[in-house]
Design a protein around this ligand. Structure first.
Ligand code: ZN
Length: 294
């Protein structure tokens, strides 16, 4: 789904979060006597520590989806999150209103959104609220946190493309129907995907909903195209991390076969796979409008 989410880290790294996170319950966290960030319940799964007021348990869907994300991340990228480097803190606020108040209080410069990821030094933090798309939002933002831990800072489109890729339950391809069909429609109407153009984007505000879809599609092609493309992509991600982001990843991917015709063929193949899914399963997939602001 298109959104303006986690690259907040690019905007906020270094902002004055210090203090209120380091000292939960300190005065700056309190607004009229009520803590803005939930602290009542804490549950841990893998590298994630989830704070909420919602009585979450390891069996709650919001917790299980994070365990599944960790499994998918390790399965697709071959990277096991390093647990010894400290957990990823996830704060699930009570509702949209509380979250909006939290944002207004601490991040008045930010547009409305449903969730965001923040990296500050070695800390990785996710903020969101208990809404109808909580699991999708958690997977997306937590994927940014895992990527940050595994590779450091990635090019914007790679970071967003991977987070979009992992936000879906990979066992339910019907969830990919909407974006697959929209990209194919755009291609039929004359639009041409371009890795070179995506690679010029440095600010999330430059990214359109279609840019998110395109970033997802390139990642999907590389990770699900074939074993060779996945191995090349993983190697490039690792080299990107070692080079501290100085590799020209798009150019390398072009050399690795991420060409436009390959993307179209991959999307058509994906579309036919989705069509083969039980229609009842497709009907169960919610059709959300393309929203900005997660
Ligand atoms: Zn994101």
């Amino acid at each position: 789904m298109p959104s303006q989410r986690s690259p907040i880290l690019r905007m906020l790294a270094g902002l004055a979060l210090a203090g209120f996170l380091a000292a939960p319950g300190c005065h700056s966290l309190i607004d009229r006597g009520a803590p803005l960030v939930p602290s009542r319940d804490r549950v841990r799964t893998g590298p994630f520590v989830i704070f909420s007021n919602s009585n979450l348990t390891p069996q709650s869907p919001a917790v299980r989806c994070l365990a599944e994300l960790e499994r998918d991340f390790a399965g697709k990228l071959g990277v096991a999150p390093a647990r010894e480097t400290g957990g990823i803190e996830i704060y699930v606020l009570d509702d949209r209103e509380t979250f909006a108040h939290f944002l207004k209080f601490y991040y008045p410069e930010l547009p409305s959104r449903r969730a965001f990821f923040l990296a500050r030094g070695n800390e990785r933090l996710v903020y969101t609220y208990a809404g109808p798309r909580l699991e999708e939002d958690l997977r997306h933002e937590a994927a940014h946190a895992l990527l940050r831990g595994a590779y450091g800072e990635l090019p914007l489109w790679v970071d967003e493309g991977l987070a979009e890729y992992f936000e879906n339950d990979l066992a339910r391809p019907a969830q990919l129907r909407q974006r697959t069909e929209r990209l194919l429609d755009d291609m039929a109407a004359g639009w041409t995907p371009s890795l070179e153009r995506l690679d010029t984007l440095e600010d999330v505000h430059q990214m359109t909903p279609r840019d998110y879809r395109e970033a997802w599609a390139w990642v999907h092609l590389m990770l699900d195209g074939n074993d060779e493309s996945r191995a090349r992509f993983k190697r490039l991600l690792e080299e990107q991390g070692e080079s501290h982001g100085e590799l020209k990843l798009a150019a390398k991917l072009e050399q690795a076969g991420a060409a436009r015709d390959a993307m179209r063929a991959h999307l058509l193949e994906l579309q036919s796979r989705i069509s083969a899914v039980d229609p009842a399963e497709i009907a169960r997939q919610p059709l959300f409008p393309p929203l900005f602001g997660r």
